[in-house]
Ligand binder design. Structure first.
Ligand code: ATP
Ligand code: MG
Length: 283
């Protein structure tokens, strides 16, 4: 049995549960329970505040966890970062009142900075030779400058909208963060194996993201051209059609280049093009 800690409620909760479900691990609605068991994988979910997840994993209360890299870096517990998960993206940035002139990091010497991430900020200042006063506050960091509690802030930014609303402007980024899968350093062999199995499934789900499965019919003699249009694929699957002189090509194409590729394929005579969504890519 593998125990995974995820955020009980908040920005990472839904994406974490969705990731598990896409990996074939369904969890009974556990939002009101602290602990929930999966019926189809030897896994149980421990619902926690995100701040507590790195510690829970380092202590072995949970074997693995899904949490923002920002929390992992801030808390400094000894855990292994196993995999980046691609959701919960944000950055930790310094922001100053928008009317202030900014001429580089030296600006922060002697300034008071409000933040909920004092450890990351002090390491950033140390690396850059800046001496500033760091004031730790738990929330509403972005109003600190306007109420005179601080000269600047160091906080999570994603779109930047909150900063603008509060008359602030982002000037430096210290950390790019996203949700990560972390693991304890002393997992048993059985738990290591379950983690490897879970990771294998997660990677299959990730690989299929943004990919489409395309089927099309093409005259035989156009196949070399089609293969030129579809580089990067090891080799498309080519099946003869009952109709003399025609083949069916099956290929996986990234959504980003789907329309360009399809236009090129049509131009060389492709017909009956089917685009299907792809659920898992298992290697
Ligand atoms: P908890 O009650 O679990 O302590 P919280 O209020 O500390 O929750 P959330 O606001 O739910 O945390 O954010 C959880 C994580 O989501 C953050 O630590 C960060 O990694 C990520 N995140 C992504 N975008 C944003 C954003 N715009 N603002 C805040 N967090 C974000
Ligand atoms: Mg929190």
């Amino acid at each position: 049995m593998l125990r995974i800690a995820i955020q009980a409620k908040g920005r990472l909760n839904e994406d974490s549960l969705e990731l598990l479900s896409e990996a074939g691990v369904s969890i009974e609605n556990g939002k009101r329970k602290l602990l929930a068991r999966s019926g189809d994988f030897p896994l149980e979910v421990l619902y926690l505040r995100d701040d507590d997840i790195p510690q829970a994993v380092s202590m072995g209360v949970a074997d693995v966890g899904v949490v923002g890299l920002n929390e992992v870096e801030e808390k400094g517990f000894d855990v292994e970062t196993v995999h980046s998960l691609g959701f919960g993206k944000c950055r930790l940035s310094l922001a100053i009142p928008k009317a202030e002139a900014y001429d580089g990091l030296g600006y922060f010497n002697g300034k008071r900075i409000a933040t909920s991430y004092p450890a990351i900020l002090s390491r950033f200042f140390e690396r850059n030779g800046i001496e500033a006063e760091i004031h730790e506050i738990a929330g509403s960091v972005e109003i600190a400058p306007s109420v005179g509690m601080a000269d600047a802030i160091f906080d999570i930014v994603s779109s930047g909208g909150t900063l603008v609303t509060n008359g602030l402007r982002e000037v430096e980024t210290a950390l790019h963060s996203e949700a990560v899968l972390i693991a304890g350093r002393t997992l048993s062999e059985e738990k290591r194996q379950l983690l490897a199995q879970l990771l294998f499934r997660i990677e299959a789900v990730e690989r299929s993201r943004g990919m489409k499965y395309v089927l099309l019919n093409l005259p035989h003699e156009k196949i070399p051209e089609a293969i030129r249009i579809l580089p990067g694929m090891k080799s498309p699957t080519i099946l003869p059609l009952a109709q003399e002189g025609w083949s069916s090509i099956h290929v996986v194409i990234n959504e980003k280049e789907l329309w360009t590729k399809i236009e090129q394929l049509k131009a060389i005579g492709a017909e009956d093009i089917l685009v299907l969504s792809l659920e898992k890519m298992i290697r």
